[in-house]
Design a protein. Structure first.
Length: 380
């Protein structure tokens, strides 16, 4: 029927080791129903127990937390559901996405753009609701939404290639206003915003025949402040840039995809430094497709060739890589990763366009990581 995906197996959870065979003694009917449901429905199999990066014996820094696919991703399961899913390893798979691209997150709200469905989604964890935005007019209708950003008020900024402007929505997805116009951009693909919304950074990717490969800076009212760069390979020049991110101290990072590097600028757009090169080794870039900065200033870069994301310090030194290529839809295995975001709590959100989901990873506090190491040592 399959390659053994529905075969009972052992897993470690906290301080306890449980064998599924023993659960059959008291939950035989429930177990069989769960297993049959998983196999017959073509469900997705999760790895048993927590999944950490890096793997033991190294001290873990991140753990897989969840996958966002639909509104059910926001809801708490009943005790019976949890037991059935634990026994069967089954995850409900009813995606709302067709081709997700960008993701942004802040204070329990996650915004995701879909370039094919021409809309955005808001996963609101406080309300446990899923909202759709950018689909009704007369204004604010999305045509080809790509990059997305969020300020501390949870206002959402969407770079729309079809509209050739940045559209801004409130926390509930209600349209507020737009920044830029068709005269300002060739291909606005990436956007970032400061926490207070006072600066908006937009990537204009130009095109094959265009020299307008650049970073455009606006104030919070939509007044243009500066245009940075042109097409080229020199300092402060770009070749098919795709993403931009702002660090807590205001430092601006641009993913210069065609030059296989990250460029760093002041808040005003003055060039500071760059790092990165094309290659096959850890720390190199091959097909970079996503960029984010966390609260400590570390930089996260998605690479679709390596099917992972790499974490660098502000000096460009590689700290950790998470994920890898996977032909099966499993946590931390990517087929076509794209956008990435990091919220103020250290949760990391990664879009996978082929598997039509957003994988969520939680950064582990030092004490929790130490306790996990002690627990893992017992079973090694």
């Amino acid at each position: 029927m399959n390659n053994g995906a529905c075969t009972p197996r052992s897993y470690v959870r906290g301080e306890y080791q449980v064998n599924l065979q023993s659960l059959f003694r008291w939950g035989f009917i429930l177990a069989v129903l769960g297993l049959l449901a998983a196999c017959s429905a073509g469900g997705v199999k999760e790895e048993s127990g927590p999944i950490y990066w890096p793997k033991p014996p190294e001290q873990p820094r991140f753990v897989y937390a969840a996958s966002l696919r639909n509104e059910n991703s926001l809801k708490s399961l009943s005790a019976a559901d949890k037991m059935r899913h634990r026994i069967s390893g089954y995850i409900e798979k009813k995606e709302i996405f067709m081709k997700p691209f960008g993701v942004a997150a802040h204070n329990g709200s996650v915004a995701v753009t879909d370039t094919v469905l021409r809309r955005g989604y808001i996963f609101n964890f406080w309300r446990k609701k899923l909202y759709t935005f950018g689909v009704v007019g007369p204004e604010g209708v999305l045509v080809k939404p790509m990059g997305v950003a969020m300020d501390e008020q949870q206002n959402i900024y969407v770079a729309d290639v079809g509209m050739r402007k940045v559209l801004i929505y409130d926390a509930m997805g209600m349209y507020l206003r737009a920044v830029g116009s068709a005269e300002d951009f060739d291909r606005p693909v990436g956007v970032a915003v400061t926490a207070d919304g006072s600066r908006i950074y937009v990537i204009d990717a130009g095109g094959i025949d265009s020299q307008r490969h650049r970073l455009v800076i606006y104030d919070g009212d939509g007044q243009r402040l500066a245009i940075v760069g042109k097409r080229g390979g020199g300092d402060g020049e770009f070749n098919l840039p795709t993403h931009v991110a702002v660090a807590p101290d205001g430092t601006v990072y641009v993913l210069d995809g065609g030059n296989f590097r990250i460029q760093v600028f002041t808040p005003e757009g003055e060039y500071l430094r760059s790092w990165g090169k094309v290659g096959r080794n850890f720390g190199d870039l091959a097909r970079p497709r996503g960029l984010a900065v966390d609260r400590t200033g570390n930089i996260y870069v998605v690479d679709a060739a390596y099917r992972n994301f790499q974490i660098f310090n502000p000096q460009g030194q590689l700290l950790l890589s998470i994920g890898g290529e996977g032909l099966e839809d499993k946590p931390g295995q990517f087929a076509l990763p794209a956008g990435i975001a990091v919220d103020e709590r250290g949760f990391v959100y990664v879009v996978d366009q082929l598997f039509k989901k957003v994988d969520v990873f939680r950064r582990l506090p030092e004490q929790e990581a130490t306790e996990i190491m002690a627990t893992e040592a017992v079973y090694r």
